[in-house]
Design a protein around this ligand. Structure first.
Ligand SMILES: Cc1cc2nc3c(=O)[nH]c(=O)nc-3n(C[C@H](O)[C@H](O)[C@H](O)COP(=O)(O)OP(=O)(O)OC[C@H]3O[C@@H](n4cnc5c(N)ncnc54)[C@H](O)[C@@H]3O)c2cc1C
Length: 186
C-alpha cells in the first residue's frame, strides 16, 4: 500500500468494478456486471442517472418528435376518415410535459433495475487517485474514496466545437406563430 494514500485507503470502500458515468454505456456496463453477481459501484456527477441518452438526447428528442407528430395530426392523416384537426393551441408546456414524464419513467426503470442487481449508485464527480482508486467529490459532502479491481470509464464525449455543445435544457424561446410543425423523418 502506498504510504501517500494510506489514510485514503483505510477509509475506502472496495468493489470488483467501479463504473464512472451513468449514461447508456455506464449503466449497461454496471448492469451487466451486476447480472453476474459482481459488487459494482456506478458514479454519476449529475443528480440523475441516464446521461445524454435519457436526459437530453435520444429519449427526449424522440418523445418531442412523436408528440409533434401526434399534435399536428400527421399520424392520423394516414388513417382514412380520422379527424385531421391540428391542435393550434398546443404549447411548449404540452410538449415538455410528456417528454419529462417519459424521461422520469426511464430514469426510474434504470435505477430500479440497477438496484435489483445490487449496483450501488454514487452521486459525485469521479477522479483517479491511482489506477485502482477513485475519489468522488460531492458538493457540500466529504469526498468518498472507492477502490476497484476494474474501472470502466464511460464518461461520454463532447463535440470538438465547444460553443456548439448541446444545451442540457431544451431552449424555450418563443416559436413564431407561422413556424411549421415537423412532419417528416429526421
Ligand atoms: C440531441 C441528441 C439526440 C440523440 N439521439 C440519439 C438517437 O436517436 N439514437 C442514438 O442511438 N443516440 C442518440 N444520441 C446519442 C446518445 O445520446 C449518446 O450516444 C449516448 O448518450 C452516449 O452514451 P454514453 O454513456 O457513452 O455517454 P453519456 O450519455 O454522455 O453519459 C456520460 C455520463 O458520464 C457522466 N460523467 C462524465 N464525467 C464524469 C465524472 N468525472 N464523474 C462522474 N460522472 C461523469 C456524465 O454526467 C454523463 O451522465 C443523441 C444525442 C443527443 C445529444
Amino acid at each position: 500500500m502506498a504510504t501517500r494514500y494510506k489514510d485514503t485507503f483505510v477509509n475506502s470502500q472496495t468493489y470488483e468494478m467501479i463504473v464512472i458515468g451513468g449514461g447508456p454505456a455506464g449503466y449497461a456496463a454496471a448492469g451487466a456486471a451486476g447480472v453476474f453477481g459482481h459488487r459494482v459501484a456506478l458514479v454519476e456527477r449529475q443528480h440523475e442517472i441516464g446521461g445524454a441518452g435519457i436526459n437530453f438526447g435520444t429519449v427526449p428528442s424522440k418523445t418531442l418528435r412523436e408528440t409533434a407528430l401526434a399534435l399536428s395530426g400527421w399520424r392520423s392523416r394516414q388513417l382514412f376518415g380520422v379527424d385531421l384537426s391540428l391542435r393550434r393551441n398546443a404549447t411548449i408546456d404540452d410538449f415538455m410535459h410528456h417528454s419529462n414524464d417519459v424521461t422520469r419513467g426511464e430514469r426510474s426503470r434504470v435505477l430500479n433495475r440497477l438496484g435489483e442487481l445490487g449496483v450501488e449508485f454514487v452521486h459525485g464527480t469521479a477522479s483517479f487517485v491511482d489506477p485502482h482508486t477513485v475519489r468522488v467529490a460531492q458538493s457540500g459532502e466529504p469526498n468518498r474514496t472507492l477502490r476497484g479491481d476494474f474501472i470502466v470509464i464511460a464518461t461520454g464525449s463532447s463535440p470538438f466545437h465547444q460553443w456548439r455543445r448541446s444545451d442540457p435544457s431544451v431552449r424555450r424561446e418563443p416559436v413564431p406563430a407561422e413556424a411549421p410543425l415537423p412532419a417528416g423523418e429526421h
